[in-house]
Design a protein around this ligand. Structure first.
Ligand code: DGL
Length: 284
């Protein structure tokens, strides 16, 4: 018998460990205003950045199952850490069992496809969580599209906690932003493109720009991921036809809804009203 999740019509699911994916969601809503979106932030277990491969994979799998149960035919992992540590296994192993005609996409591939267009010097700095850096996903993917690029990575483990605690304008932010920018330019002073390879980091953009040499471009992923999704839906009518279009956006969190709403508005750029949900291991 056909798995009912495989034919369901519903919103596009957008997932992050916490608030960061809202920076991507806001670009998705701009590019696809008629579509329905369902956002989930796993705030109870955020941040993911320093967690083990197994933990990030397990949490992300639970989230994907939850989205499928909501009827989402397509889920975007708007989290680099989850894209780096869980996406491939979910696509190659779990999807077959959960709902083979549904799709799960990440943010690393669309970013690396276009990255080379933004650098003249051919030297790129990737600013990301410890987990994303350790996975080597960026250097591996960039090599496929732009083998001539020099790629340097810098893990910025304090940036997400600063942002999640609304400290992006405080003195701690100055210290930790400068520390990691100094470190990456020490690796290669000719870097002329820095990628914010964590969906939280756009919230630190102003602070980062204060310490950035004027010839260096700062790239965040929202617009890139949104453009890539528009293109994907054109090329995949079998998925596009299952994505409903009534211009709704719903928000869910695994922690307190009141706390989520307060903080989420900064990331999304508009008021947010969420509900609290629980995630379960698949097939529970
Ligand atoms: N926003 C996420 C990312 O893009 C993860 C932040 C975290 O949970 O550490 O990597």
């Amino acid at each position: 018998m056909l798995n009912p999740l495989s034919t369901a019509k519903g919103p596009i699911g957008v997932f992050d460990s916490g608030y960061g994916g809202l920076t991507v969601l806001s670009s998705l809503v701009q590019q696809l205003p008629q579509h329905d979106f369902c956002y989930l932030g796993d705030s109870a277990r955020s941040p993911y950045g320093n967690r083990s491969f197994d933990a990030v994979y397990q949490y992300t799998l639970e989230a994907v199952q939850w989205f499928f149960n909501q009827g989402c035919p397509l889920v975007i992992l708007a989290c680099n850490t989850a894209s780096a540590k869980a996406l491939r296994t979910i696509q190659q192993k779990d999807l077959m069992q959960l709902a083979p005609t549904n799709r799960v996409l990440g943010v690393i591939r669309p970013t690396t496809e276009v990255l080379g267009q933004y650098t003249k010097a051919g030297a790129v700095g990737i600013l990301a969580t410890e987990g994303t850096v350790q996975s080597q996903s960026y250097p591996i993917e960039i090599e496929k599209f732009y083998p001539q690029l020099k790629v340097y990575q810098e893990a910025c483990p304090m940036w997400v906690p600063l942002i999640e605690n609304n400290e992006q304008e405080g003195p701690g932010a100055d210290y930790f932003v400068k520390k990691h920018l100094d470190a990456i330019f020490k690796k290669d002073p000719t870097i002329d493109l820095l990628l914010l390879a964590c969906t939280h980091y756009p919230l630190l953009e102003q602070k980062i720009r204060q310490y950035l040499p004027s010839n260096v471009q700062l790239l965040s992923q929202g617009q890139i991921v949104a453009a890539s999704l528009v293109d994907y839906l054109k090329r995949h009518p079998e998925i596009a036809n299952r994505c409903t279009q009534q211009a709704t956006v719903t928000f869910s969190t695994t922690d307190s809804a009141a706390a989520f709403d307060k903080q989420a508005a900064h990331f999304f750029g508009a008021p947010v009203s969420s509900r609290e949900v629980q995630l379960m291991p698949p097939n529970c």
